[in-house]
Design a protein around this ligand. Structure first.
Ligand code: AMP
Length: 216
């Protein structure tokens, strides 16, 4: 099963991606995570991406498409397929992906869109805290850790993403409305999209999301 998970920043893509990849045994590919890793390791790709991601802008399509292509060609274990999180974000990316997977077993089959009202997204993004060590995600408003700044799961220090501030968020939401909503409309016309009401509590969303992926 090959899936795209789409949604605005703060819509829960990261949280639900962890659950989906476990439940369905999929390779999880997050373009945002790959960029962050490359920026931290100061690779050439990281240097190219840094100025865009810090401002909340999309990294140019050519760089992003080449990175995804490279990543797909090295999927050592295809498991039951992939979960692509944060890609495609522009129509050019969607079309490039179609080209690179045409006639292979890597074509996308299902697309889930996590719908959250825009005013709720700000609270989620500015309150988000992450554990870099084990990947756990907290929110100081809705899911605070037991001890401030410390991961409940592994005891490491929690961090905040550099682009999780109000200024970058505004740019990221604008990018989403301008570039990514047309991608969703494109797949909606093909009848491939399932929309999930992701404004509810996590435990209320998960059963619906799981059923949607199983049934479609
Ligand atoms: P995310 O973790 O998905 O919110 O992505 C963080 C940042 O990485 C974005 O704000 C962009 O700067 C960059 N990025 C991630 N995925 C893409 C993509 N598909 N196209 C362009 N830029 C991306």
């Amino acid at each position: 099963m090959n899936i795209f998970i789409m949604g605005a920043p703060g819509s829960g893509k990261g949280t639900f991606s962890s659950r989906i990849k476990e439940e369905f045994n999929l390779n999880h590919i997050s373009t945002g995570d790959i960029f962050r890793e490359n920026i931290a390791n100061e690779t050439e790709l990281g240097l190219q991406a840094k100025s865009y991601t810090e401002k909340g802008l999309l990294v140019p399509d050519e760089i992003t498409n080449n990175m995804v292509k490279e990543y797909l060609s090295h999927l050592a274990d295809k498991k039951n397929g992939y979960l692509l999180d944060g890609y495609p974000r522009t129509l050019d990316q969607a079309k490039a992906f179609e080209e690179m997977t045409k006639g292979t077993d890597l074509a996308v089959e299902k697309i889930v869109v996590m719908d959250v009202p825009f005013d709720e997204l700000t609270r989620r993004i500015t309150g988000r805290r992450l554990c870099k060590k084990c990947g756990a995600i907290f929110n100081i408003y809705s899911k605070p850790p037991k001890t401030e700044g410390v991961c409940d799961e592994c005891g490491s220090a929690l961090t905040q993403r550099k682009d999780d501030n109000e200024e970058s968020l505004k740019v990221r939401l604008d990018e989403y409305a301008k570039n990514t909503e047309p991608v969703i409309a494109y797949y909606e016309e093909k009848g491939m999209v399932s929309r999930i009401d992701a404004s509810k509590a996590i435990d209320a969303i998960w059963p619906e999301l799981k059923e949607t992926l199983k049934n479609k």
